[in-house]
Design a protein around this ligand. Structure first.
Ligand SMILES: [Zn+2]
Length: 319
C-alpha cells in the first residue's frame, strides 16, 4: 500500500490530529481539538447529506468547527452555486421575495439604536434586503457581498459595492458607524480575520451587530441523535455559543456590549421535530396555531438561551 493510500485509510473519518482536516484554530491559534460529533452533516436542503464528517471543539476558545474536508470551498459564494446548493432562487428578485419578510427580525434587534445620519455597512448583504430597509435613514450605505450576480442591482440602488471587506478598506477605513453581518461568520475561512477587517472599517466608538446560528439551540439538547445531522452542514465551517462568539470579537479588538437570542419558529416547529424527526418549517399543527402561544414560546427560548439565533453587538473602543 502506498503512503498516500495509507493516509487515506487512517483518516477515513476526519481526525482531529490531522492538520489538513483540523488546522490551527482560526480564532485563537491553538491546535487542540476535541471531537464532539461524528456522522453525517447536511449538504443543502433536508435529506441531502455528506457522510463521515467530524465536528470538534477548540480547547483554547471553545469554538466548534467542521473538518475542512467536509466544508465547501469559499468560491461557492462568488456565483450562483451557494443559492443553488440551498435550493433557493439565484436572482435578485427571487432573493428579495424570500428574504424581505425576514428583515423585521433584524430591525427589531437594532431597536432602540438609530441609524439616522450614520454610515452603515452590511457585510455579506446578498441582494441587500436589510439595506433597503435602513437606507432611508443612513447617510451612506456600503454593501459588501462576494456574490457578483447581486452587484449591478446593489449599485443601482445607490450603495457603495465591494466584494470583500478588505477591498472596501481603501475607501472606507474607519468610516463605518454601524456595521452589520447576518449569518455570515459561520461560513468564512478565518472568523477572527473576518472580524478584524470589519473592525478596521469601523469608526472608533462604532458598532457591529452580527448574527449566527446558536449551537445551544434547544433542539440540539432535545434531539441529540436526529438534530445535529441537520444543524451541522457543509456550508457552515464554524459553530458558536455566545461565549465563543464574544471571544472571537475580542480577538479582533472589539468589545461585546449586547447579546440577544432570537427564535424564528413557533412551538409547532419543535413539536414536529419531536414527532416526525424532520423540519416542519412554519407549518402549524392543529390546535396549536396561536400567535400568543408562539410569542411566549419564542420569548422563553430567547430568555433561556435555547433560541436558534444569536445576535451580538460589539463596539470598537475609542483610541
Ligand atoms: Zn480556538
Amino acid at each position: 500500500m502506498s503512503i498516500a493510500a495509507l493516509g487515506q485509510t487512517m483518516f477515513d473519518l476526519p481526525d482531529t490530529r490531522d492538520p489538513a482536516a483540523f488546522p490551527d484554530c482560526a480564532v485563537c491559534g491553538q491546535q487542540a481539538w476535541i471531537p464532539v460529533y461524528e456522522g453525517p452533516v447536511r449538504d443543502g436542503g433536508f435529506g441531502h447529506s455528506r457522510r463521515g464528517a467530524t465536528v470538534a471543539e477548540c480547547m483554547g476558545c471553545g469554538v466548534r468547527r467542521l473538518d475542512e474536508r467536509s466544508c465547501h470551498d469559499d468560491a461557492v459564494y462568488t456565483d450562483e452555486t451557494y443559492r443553488e446548493i440551498l435550493g433557493e432562487k439565484t436572482d435578485t428578485n427571487g432573493f428579495h421575495a424570500a428574504h424581505d419578510p425576514l428583515q423585521l427580525e433584524r430591525l427589531n434587534v437594532v431597536n432602540p439604536m438609530t441609524l439616522r445620519g450614520k454610515v452603515v455597512a452590511d457585510v455579506g448583504c446578498a441582494a441587500g434586503s436589510f439595506l433597503d430597509f435602513v437606507s432611508g435613514l443612513a447617510r451612506s450605505v456600503i454593501a459588501i457581498e462576494p456574490g457578483k450576480p447581486y452587484h449591478d442591482s446593489l449599485a443601482r440602488r445607490g450603495f457603495h459595492v465591494y466584494d470583500f471587506t478588505r477591498h472596501a478598506l481603501d475607501d472606507c477605513a474607519g468610516a463605518v458607524e454601524h456595521a452589520f453581518s447576518f449569518q455570515v461568520i459561520e461560513h468564512v475561512a478565518e472568523p477572527a480575520t473576518f472580524l478584524t477587517e470589519i473592525a478596521a472599517l469601523m469608526a472608533p466608538g462604532g458598532r457591529l451587530t452580527l448574527s449566527t446560528p446558536n449551537r445551544g439551540d434547544l433542539l440540539m439538547e432535545l434531539l441529540p441523535e436526529d438534530y445535529p445531522p441537520f444543524f451541522y452542514r457543509c456550508v457552515h465551517r464554524w459553530y458558536f455559543s455566545a461565549d465563543s462568539l464574544a471571544r472571537c470579537g475580542r480577538a479582533a479588538g472589539l468589545v461585546p456590549v449586547e447579546t440577544r437570542y432570537v427564535h424564528r419558529f413557533g412551538v409547532a416547529n419543535t413539536l414536529r421535530w419531536l414527532r416526525e424527526r424532520a423540519p416542519g418549517g412554519r407549518d402549524p399543527l392543529p390546535g396549536l396555531d396561536d400567535p400568543a402561544l408562539d410569542s411566549v414560546w419564542r420569548d422563553t427560548l430567547a430568555r433561556e438561551g435555547g433560541a436558534d439565533t444569536i445576535y451580538m453587538t460589539f463596539e470598537k473602543p475609542l483610541p
